[in-house]
Design a binder for this molecule. Structure first.
Ligand code: FES
Ligand code: FES
Length: 151
C-alpha cells in the first residue's frame, strides 16, 4: 500500500492504494466519487472519463499511483456550485435517456468548451467521438452542446 495525494475537485485528498489499483476503482470505492462509471474497463466507451489536470482521460486505463500529486476533476467538482450551463443545456434538451454515458460525455464536452468556447458541429462530434451512447443517436447531445457553443 502506498499513500497518494490528489487534488480532487478542489480538495486535497489522501488515499492508500495498491500499485495495481486503477484510478476508476479508487475514485468510486475509496473516495466516494460515483460519477465516473465502469463500462468496458478497457478504454473503449468513455463513460469513466475524468479531467486530469484539465485534460479528459479514461480513469479505467490509469493507475491511481500515476496521479499522485495531480489534479482530478469529476462531475461532482464541475457542479459543486450549481449546474454548469452545459449541464443545464443537457437537461433542457432532454439529451440523455438512461444517462449512463452522461458523465463521460459531460467531461469530454467540458474539456472541449474550456479549450474552444465556440466549437462548430464537426468539432463537437470529434470531441465526443470516444464516448459511446447506446440510447440517443447523439443528436440531442450534440444540439445541447451547440446551444452552449453559440452563447
Ligand atoms: S470504462 Fe473506461 S473507457 Fe469504458
Ligand atoms: S443515454 Fe443511455 S447510453 Fe447514453
Amino acid at each position: 500500500m502506498r499513500k497518494i495525494t490528489i487534488n480532487l475537485n478542489g480538495e486535497t485528498r489522501y488515499v492508500y492504494v495498491e500499485p495495481n489499483d486503477v484510478l476508476l476503482d479508487v475514485l468510486r470505492d475509496k473516495l466516494g466519487i460515483k460519477s465516473p462509471k465502469s463500462g468496458c474497463e478497457r478504454g473503449d466507451c468513455g463513460t469513466c472519463a475524468v479531467l486530469l489536470n484539465g485534460k479528459s482521460v479514461r480513469s479505467c486505463l490509469i493507475l491511481a499511483i500515476e496521479v499522485d500529486g495531480q489534479e482530478i476533476t469529476t462531475i461532482e467538482g464541475l457542479s459543486k456550485d450549481g449546474l454548469t450551463p452545459l449541464q443545464e443545456a443537457f437537461i433542457e434538451n432532454n439529451s440523455f435517456q438512461c444517462g449512463f454515458c452522461a458523465p463521460g460525455i459531460t467531461i469530454s464536452a467540458t474539456e472541449l468548451l474550456n479549450k474552444n468556447p465556440h466549437p462548430n458541429k464537426e468539432e463537437i462530434k470529434e470531441a465526443i467521438a470516444g464516448n459511446l451512447c447506446r440510447c440517443t443517436g447523439y443528436e440531442s447531445i450534440i444540439e445541447a452542446i451547440e446551444k452552449v457553443a453559440k452563447k
